[in-house]
Write a protein that binds this ligand. Sequence first.
Ligand SMILES: [Zn+2]
Length: 311
Amino acid sequence: MTFCKYLSLFILIAFISCSKQEEEINMTVPKIEYSEIEKFNNKWNDVDGVTKLRLVVHQFSSEDSFYTESQVLALVDSINTTLTQALPNQDIEKGFEGVYQIPKIVFLFDTTEFAAMTTTKLTTDLEDSVAGAFVRQQHQDIDGSKYVNFFLIPYTDSDGFGHTRIAGSDGANDMIKGGIYVYGKTLDKGIISTTFIHELGHYLGLYHTFGKTYPSEIDCDKMKNYIENGINELIYERDGVQFYANDYDDEIDDTPYMFVMGYRPCNDLFGPPHNNNFMNYSVIKNMFTQGQCDKMNAVLKSESRRGVIIE
Ligand SMILES: [Zn+2]
């Protein structure tokens, strides 16, 4: 073998190994075992009086960290149960029995495109804190108008446990792109399900119960003026960004004005907090209010999101 031939062979081998690596990152393997998914869909399809949405679960992982089909089914089953089954009385936060409501939304796997569950291998160098951001960047423009895309990424992310885009407040003209991203190293059904439901709230137009900013400073007199007289004054300014009184408002009438994780400087003004609300940052998150459920269902029925509804 001449040097030239040897060199071109070497280049060819280098090229093949490059494209193989590329393929590993992008390879999507649709599952074709549909019997369990059909059973799952039939079970939830029989439930009356709920809004049924099409769902696709996209997993991004190294091969040995993929959740099995039955683990994913159990996870979505627990999400559906939480969204449709009333809490026992003793689990409803005291003082909020009157506004407590369940969203009455369930997810059925979309089987029209044979991709109800997909698994995509990530190379080892992505199995760290950059995996969440990487998947999000790659899929932020994926079409979300036909089904809800649930990205399950078993690695931590510097941005927290989950991520999504908040629906436009009128829900009318916003394009749905991307989906709901949840990060977690282990399949703790409880944590992943709670995180998914929190992000679902954002996806369907809800702000945090403490509003549109993370509260760090507050002027109780100005907040009182906003709550009682509707006067929207500047509260404070940080790094050139101005925060007004209505930035602390989630625009839902039956959730209290409140602050996150024990930070409540104007206690007399805001009344009892709603710690256990799904849209708070507290440890126990188990309930929505009637106003929040109305908002989520209204956004779902808006023009751009109607496609994800089965019935
Ligand atoms: Zn959030």
